[in-house]
Write a protein that binds this ligand. Structure first.
Ligand code: FES
Ligand SMILES: [Fe+2]
Length: 369
């Protein structure tokens, strides 16, 4: 079995019981058994290395989860959990099962770690410095709204990470979105021990004290400001937020899981899982995509869910598009005028905000990207 790959394989909502999922990068087959046991295998036939499944997402045939995977090349057959069922041309006696990779569940997410490593990792203390129990964010407490599998990322992955890991950008790049609702002047940090194999970092921003009124002519009328006003005006007076209502966002970066960001918004009412991966193996630099999954807390009254789901996604894409636009412009001009490539050295010198421990933390993990 491969050790901790640090991949993100999906979650309890996107991989139902008795189903098999091919990850968006087409590298892993993730299978969940009837009793919820999870396993992951490489999506390559153990005969000649040919890919077994080709369409990312749940593997469904005739409306039902597939019961076996047949290799197109010489028809070896595998069970969804990777067991070799039939090897027609196997004369060597080495008819191997698919190659297993480590997987462990954390808060409803399936992560490519050895379960023992995970149980000793900082993720068991996730958000504790903010006096938050991380299990508040367990995905069993949320409903899955929508997944966009492949939002295009036309710039190097490392630039995506720089942008998202550096709080400098929040007020500067998002003057009409985040900066209208969040107090960007006082970010709070949780930075776990970078010497651990699995570590995390959280940036927390709080809501502004007084939200400006919503102007219906404002271009931001479907943005974060609108979402917060809707919550304030429509949630019952005795409604209890999962965490402090005053917390606008927690942006968490789980290192060892390349390109995975957990985004928790509006006092824990919403979660967004953003996972950037390389979609085109022939274009490792800019052939990337972002899988974005949206979740809404179960405690939100039924009557408000549809409207809030809409507002969350429109608000999210307003700010996400600002990020993409910034990264694309930055990449294009940086490359054109400086003649330098965007590499790890660049990444580790670009951070300007945060504290010294945060800088060191980022530098250490940039080496893994
Ligand atoms: S490569 Fe799959 S059966 Fe030969
Ligand atoms: Fe951003």
């Amino acid at each position: 079995m491969e050790g901790s790959l640090g991949a993100y394989f999906g979650n309890i909502h996107t991989v139902p019981f008795e189903n098999t999922l091919l990850t968006p990068d087409s590298r892993y087959l993730v299978h969940r058994s009837i009793n919820g046991g999870i396993c992951a295998n490489l999506n390559y036939c153990t005969h000649g290395g040919y890919p077994l499944a080709s369409e990312a997402g749940l593997l469904i045939k005739n409306g039902k989860p597939v019961k076996s995977l047949v290799c197109d090349m010489h028809h070896w057959v595998f069970a969804p959990d990777g067991k070799n069922l039939a090897s027609l041309n196997c004369h060597s006696g080495h008819c191997k099962d698919l190659q297993r990779v480590s997987v462990a569940e954390w808060n409803g997410l399936f992560l490519g770690f050895n379960p023992n490593d995970l149980s000793k990792s900082s993720l068991c203390e996730f958000a504790s410095s903010f006096n938050i129990d991380y299990q508040t964010f367990d995905l069993t407490n949320y409903l899955h709204i929508h997944t966009l599998p492949d939002d295009e990322v036309k710039y190097p992955l490392i630039l995506f990470l720089i942008n998202f890991r550096d709080l400098l950008h929040v007020g500067v790049i998002h003057p009409k979105t985040f900066a209208e609702v969040a107090d960007c002047s006082k970010p709070e940090w949780e930075i776990s021990d970078p010497n651990k194999e699995i570590a995390h970092c959280i940036q927390l921003v709080r809501r502004k004290n007084n939200l400006k009124p919503l102007n219906q002519c404002d271009e931001n009328k479907h943005g974060w400001l609108s979402l917060l006003h809707f919550l304030d005006e429509n949630l019952p007076a005795d409604f209890e937020y999962p965490i402090d209502k005053d917390i606008f966002a927690l942006w968490a970066d789980v290192c060892g899981v390349n390109g995975l960001m957990l985004e928790i918004y509006c006092g824990g009412l919403f979660q967004v899982i953003s996972h950037v991966y390389n979609k085109d193996p022939l274009n490792k630099l800019t052939g990337n995509a972002n899988q974005v999954e949206f979740f809404i807390h179960k405690s939100i009254p039924d009557s408000m869910r549809e409207r809030l789901s809409y507002l969350l996604q429109t608000a999210y894409w307003q700010s996400a598009n600002e990020d993409s636009g910034f990264c694309e412009r930055f990449y294009e001009n940086h490359t054109r005028f400086s003649g330098q490539s965007i590499d790890k050295k660049f990444a580790s010198t670009t951070h300007e905000t945060g504290e010294e421990p945060y800088h060191n933390w980022v530098r250490k993990f940039m080496r893994r990207v």
